[in-house]
Write a protein that binds this ligand. Structure first.
Ligand code: ADP
Ligand code: MG
Length: 149
């Protein structure tokens, strides 16, 4: 398990933080934090730093649940989904199996689809334009209750 904490003081600094984080990220990345915490802003930075990935013209994927940015990069927003049955029908397992990077806002809603190996990013305001960004990298072996046979 590895963790980092980043503090930013503006939207631009959060975009830069995303760009810096990008090369450390792969697989499934869950982003949590209230509306306006800066999840989409951080994602913009991450995607901007990945060669070949191209966000579509819509800045937030809230209306479209899953965006394919190319280069194996996907952006998912679960904000509007509250029932496990809705989340189960998105085909996320298939995306997890093939993607290089899947960035999921409101990732705490994933429920049973949450992979043991994942990165969790928590964002919270801490002052006017300040944001606290905590990044936690979880390995398969960190999962509590998994008994190896
Ligand atoms: P979320 O996806 O978590 O709902 P957004 O990234 O869409 O949040 O919006 C974050 C909002 O907060 C934007 O309006 C942005 O300009 C503002 N903001 C102010 N300070 C920051 C900061 N340090 N980092 C990110 N966003 C910030
Ligand atoms: Mg958002």
């Amino acid at each position: 398990m590895q963790s980092w904490t980043i503090r930013t003081s503006s939207e631009e600094e959060t975009i830069q933080a995303g760009m810096d984080l990008a090369r450390h990220l792969d697989g499934v990345v869950l982003l949590s934090g209230d509306l306006g915490a800066g999840k989409t802003t951080l994602v913009r930075g991450i995607v901007a730093a990945i060669e070949g990935a191209q966000p579509d013209e819509v800045a937030s994927p809230t209306f479209t649940l899953i965006h394919d940015y190319g280069a194996g990069v996907f952006h998912v927003d679960l904000y509007r989904l509250d029932r496990a049955s809705q989340i189960d029908t998105l085909g996320l397992e298939e995306i997890f199996a093939q993607a290089r990077l899947v960035l999921i806002e409101w990732g705490e809603k994933l429920g049973r689809l949450t992979p043991a190996q994942r990165t969790e990013i928590f964002m919270e305001p801490c002052g006017d334009n300040q944001r606290l960004i905590r990044v936690l990298e979880l390995e398969e072996s960190d999962a509590a209750g998994i008994v190896s046979t």
